[in-house]
Ligand binder design. Structure first.
Ligand SMILES: [Zn+2]
Length: 437
């Protein structure tokens, strides 16, 4: 086998001849100059048809390919512009890369696979690209790999709607999930009626008429949009959101207690200058303890780290009342863990919470009582609440992780890729599969 053949095989290059291979030692890179075969040249990237050239000018372009050990590899080729009857003047397609990309398909496949399964830092370190670029690649891969974008709207019967903030709480993204398959079927930036209307525009009337249930956080805009566009559907509040209300109530309580403790700490005598004598080091201030307890209190107990568990134990000792709030929240969550006896258990919980003398939870119990019917309605659809919770947490995690992406398209691409069959079936580039070519 010649060296050229080896490079072609390992980079999955087809329809080209290698003209020259050069090494740039200073930059630790290898440049592979290629020339498109006649059969492969002059193809429109949008319709795949052969089209006449537009002008005689060609331009040398390069694409980053899979690394060769320590060296970065670039494919270099002269491409020309063509004139497509339908798509106008465009740069011709090349078989190794998606249109408009500076990376080969194999490279992008690898990035997408790693971005789904690895930490931000590792992806950037191993692929030697920045996080912003990962976002651009993800958005492209998601679009290209989803062969039939309408397929996910088929048999859409039970859906969940949610809005999440990104970029430090100023901008929102609305997601719609298929509660039965656990797939995200639609995501759009913004929230409210106008945004949610776009979902209905996208799926069309036929699909909208099949929806039996829509669940959300009880916001009026969801309810109104559902009533207008799929009046046959029942509007519900899913337990995930009910638990979120409880987490919010607990957080409000924690902040109130923090304010009280802070005032008290302020009135303590100031520390003297210099190193404190042995045995007289000041204890951690109570307000500081409280400030650190936000995450342990809000998190599911099974996901706590060792440190957070300790912090929770400390709260139990120092702030028994706050800990009681925590227990009320957790018992509410436990009710929805099983699908049986929910109505009875919720009733009991309501009477407990309404008498607990914690204003935040008394208020919460009133809210839940008001919405009891909408909450219990979700139960008859036999949804697994653990799964709804897991999916919602996953979406929130992706949004947090995507911080640093250039635009919202990358963020949406990431959500759609990770929470869909496209992402689940994606394999690393270092396998012999051909479905990425
Ligand atoms: Zn065309």
């Amino acid at each position: 086998m010649t060296h050229n053949q080896l490079i072609k095989n390992t980079q999955k290059l087809k329809g080209v001849s290698i003209v020259k291979v050069e090494e740039n030692n200073q930059k630790d890179s290898v440049l592979v100059h290629v020339k498109l075969h006649k059969k492969e040249s002059g193809i429109c990237p949008h319709c795949g048809q052969h089209m006449p050239g537009y002008d005689a000018k060609t331009r040398a372009r390069r694409w980053r390919a899979l690394d060769m050990g320590t060296h970065k590899v670039f494919i270099v080729a002269d491409v020309k512009r063509i004139k497509c009857a339908e798509h106008g003047v465009v740069t011709e397609a090349v078989p190794w890369a998606f249109h408009g990309s500076k990376f080969t398909k194999k490279f992008e496949q690898q990035v997408a696979f790693q971005a789904i399964h690895q930490s931000k830092k590792l992806v950037c370190q191993l692929m030697r690209i920045n996080w912003r670029t990962v976002g651009t690649i993800i958005a492209r891969v998601q679009k290209v790999k989803e062969i039939d974008p309408d397929k996910k709207f088929e048999n859409l019967e039970v859906i969940g709607v949610d809005e999440t903030s990104y970029r430090k709480g100023h901008t929102y993204i609305t997601t719609v999930v298929n509660q039965q398959t656990g797939e995200v079927v639609w995501a759009h930036d913004g929230f409210g009626k106008n945004t949610f209307e776009k979902f209905y525009e996208r799926i069309g009337e036929d699909c909208a008429s099949q929806i039996r249930m829509v669940s959300g956080d009880g916001a009026r805009w969801i309810k109104n949009t559902v009533n207008e566009n799929s009046p046959q559907a029942e509007f519900c509040i899913d337990p995930y959101h009910v638990v979120t209300w409880a987490i919010d109530a607990l957080d409000r309580m924690r902040r109130r207690i923090w304010r009280e403790a802070y005032e008290q700490d302020k009135s303590l005598p100031k520390r003297k200058v210099g190193r404190p004598k042995k045995g007289t080091e000041p204890k951690e201030k109570e307000s500081v303890t409280l400030k650190r307890s936000k995450y342990p209190l809000g998190k599911n107990p099974e996901n706590l780290t060792e440190y957070q568990r300790e912090s929770l134990n400390h709260i139990q000792k120092v702030f028994p009342k706050l800990f009681r709030g925590y227990q009320i929240k957790e018992s509410l969550r436990a009710i929805f863990r099983s699908n049986e006896g929910v109505e009875e258990a919720l009733k009991k919980w309501l009477s407990w919470a309404s008498r607990c003398r914690i204003p935040e939870f008394v208020e919460l119990s009133r809210k839940i009582r008001r919405h009891t019917q909408s909450i219990l309605s979700t139960m008859k659809y036999g949804l697994s609440n653990a799964r709804i919770e897991a999916l919602n947490n996953k979406i929130k995690l992706i949004i947090r992780r995507s911080y640093g992406f250039q635009d919202v398209d990358s963020l949406i691409g990431m959500i759609m890729l990770v929470c869909s069959n496209v992402g689940r079936n994606l394999r690393p580039a270092y396998t012999a599969d051909t479905d990425f070519e």
